[in-house]
Design a protein around this ligand. Sequence first.
Ligand code: ZN
Length: 165
Amino acid sequence: MVTCKTADFNNFSIVKTQLDILYLDACNKEHTYLFDQVMLGQFHPLYKEIKTSWGREPFFHADLSLKEMRNILMARTEMLPLNWKPWYPSNNFNCSLCNLNVHEDIKHFLFDCLILREFRNSDFNNSNNVIQILNGSIGWKNLANYVNRALNYRTMLTNEFNFND
Ligand SMILES: [Zn+2]
């Protein structure tokens, strides 16, 4: 004879198992939806190449300040205050600092802008792959420091000389 308590426990186990299955299914659908949105994104094209798996950003585990993490996140998502802003198609995207007449995007900011070269250490010279650098190949601290110093210098120049930005 099955006691009332045993029957309740069995029913609970069955319900819990079914709820766990539903929960996992809902999570998988949400992950797929979010990845689809990233893949369709046109304004942040690098992020889909950088963030290829589900989970926390890898630099969250590094010993970084909140400001350093913010700079890295803004660089990885192409949200730094640079002139390349494809969501404003009528804007001038060219770099305000140098005379190369090229778009001031994250690649130009990290590698090519001559005005910012003094902030790049030898780790930058040994890499020319923007995806690798945005995935921490030169070290998260190194990347955060470059973004901070180069961005401050850029801000100072654009304010001092009233460059368009
Ligand atoms: Zn430039």
